[in-house]
Design a protein around this ligand. Structure first.
Ligand SMILES: *Cc1c(COP(=O)(O)O)cnc(C)c1O
Length: 360
């Protein structure tokens, strides 16, 4: 059996080259006589793995020197608590709720202080991004929170909200490294890596230094303090060592591809192939507002749930895996992250055309 086209929303497809390299190094990493999995995280060899990963990420995203890069555990979901615990100095934060993940982050923040929902797109099942140019931002808000790419619903912020000078915190789990970003516009950028960068178990937090302090909410566990990890350069305790090693390989892969500008062009090409087909199809249609469409997660439906089921089943048999939409929305969703080849999307569209002819 060869590899199939994996459209899973996460954990998701990784570059084949990266997997092959990791396989080659599995038993003996560069003459060490052991796997990276078996190695002390305090060893010289591991030190260069994590340092090089950070340096490559800094180069790719052009991260200024007054930002720290933290490799943490607990997934994006643990950050839903870490963010208010570390940043709510006034006990107030504004949340823009554009999907399930933003909603979960908002609900978590409500446990730690006064979280205000300043905008939402829940009225139309999160099928659009609200106008965030002039929101009622709280005067004493410690930060404004967004989920930049909504993995489940397939929408993306094309312009960042006007935070009226407040710190912007962004969950980029499902659009991490998919295009260039201006890090200076954010206080915190973070994401679980299992969507676009590496294996589940690693979360990357990019945070401006002045936000890292000892002044955290009372009762914040040591492991939840950004300062703990910043001071120890992500080695306070045992980090998700093997996962970070794979992330490092993916950073190199993106660098070899030409960096984030090239990645963006590659992702636009793929997204356009799929959206152009959806826009003219008589059977399939996209579910979100055109101008807010994600390049990474593309939800679509036929309008008939039995036909959706049939499509998902036949697609799987034909080698297109994990096209079932999230359980909260139904229909289909094709996640076309960085590592999905253009050919995978072309072949999917071919298959959809054939299915349309047979079922219209
Ligand atoms: C998957 C996802 C999460 C949750 O990630 P975990 O690592 O499973 O906690 C949070 N936010 C977004 C945008 C996601 O796509």
């Amino acid at each position: 059996m060869g590899r199939i086209y994996n459209f899973s929303a996460g954990p998701a497809v990784l570059p084949e080259e990266v997997l092959r390299e990791a396989a080659e190094e599995m038993l003996d990493y560069k003459g060490c006589g052991m796997s990276v999995m078996e190695m002390s995280h305090r060893s010289k060899t591991y030190d260069s793995i994590i340092k090089e990963a950070e340096a490559d990420l800094r180069e790719l995203m052009n991260i200024p020197s007054n930002y720290k890069v933290l490799f943490l555990q607990g997934g994006a979901s643990l950050q839903f608590a870490a963010i208010p615990m570390n940043l709510m100095k006034n006990g107030v934060a504004d949340y823009i709720v554009t999907g399930e993940w933003a909603k979960k982050a908002y609900q978590e923040a409500c446990m730690y202080g006064k979280a205000n929902k300043v905008a939402s797109s829940e009225d139309k099942t999160f099928s659009y991004i609200p106008d965030c140019s002039d929101l009622p931002i709280s005067e004493n808000a410690d930060y404004v929170y967004i989920c930049e790419n909504n993995t489940i619903y397939g929408t993306k912020f094309k312009t960042l909200p006007n935070t009226k000078g407040k710190t912007l915190v962004s969950d980029v789990s499902s659009c991490f490294l998919s295009e260039p970003v201006d890090v200076t516009k954010y206080g915190v950028i973070y994401g679980g890596v299992q969507k676009n960068i590496g294996p589940a178990g690693v979360v990357i937090v990019i945070i401006r230094e002045d936000l890292i302090t000892d002044d955290v909410l009372a009762g914040t566990p040591t492991m939840m303090k950004y300062k703990t990890h910043a001071d120890a350069q992500s080695l306070y305790n045992t980090p998700p060592a093997y996962g970070i090693y794979i992330c490092g390989k993916v950073f190199k892969w993106i660098k070899n591809m030409g960096g984030l500008e090239v990645m963006k062009a590659h992702n636009e090409t793929k997204a356009n192939i799929l959206y152009d087909f959806l826009d003219q199809s008589k059977l399939f249609k996209g579910t979100v507002l055109k101008e807010d469409r994600s390049m990474m997660n593309v939800p679509f439906i036929t309008g008939n749930s039995e036909l959706d089921e049939k499509f998902i089943k036949e697609a799987k048999t034909a080698g297109f895996d994990s096209l079932k939409g999230h359980r909260s929305v139904g229909g289909m969703r094709a996640s076309i992250y960085n590592a999905m080849p253009i050919e995978g999307v072309e072949k999917l569209v071919e298959f959809m055309k054939k299915f349309e002819e047979e079922n219209l």
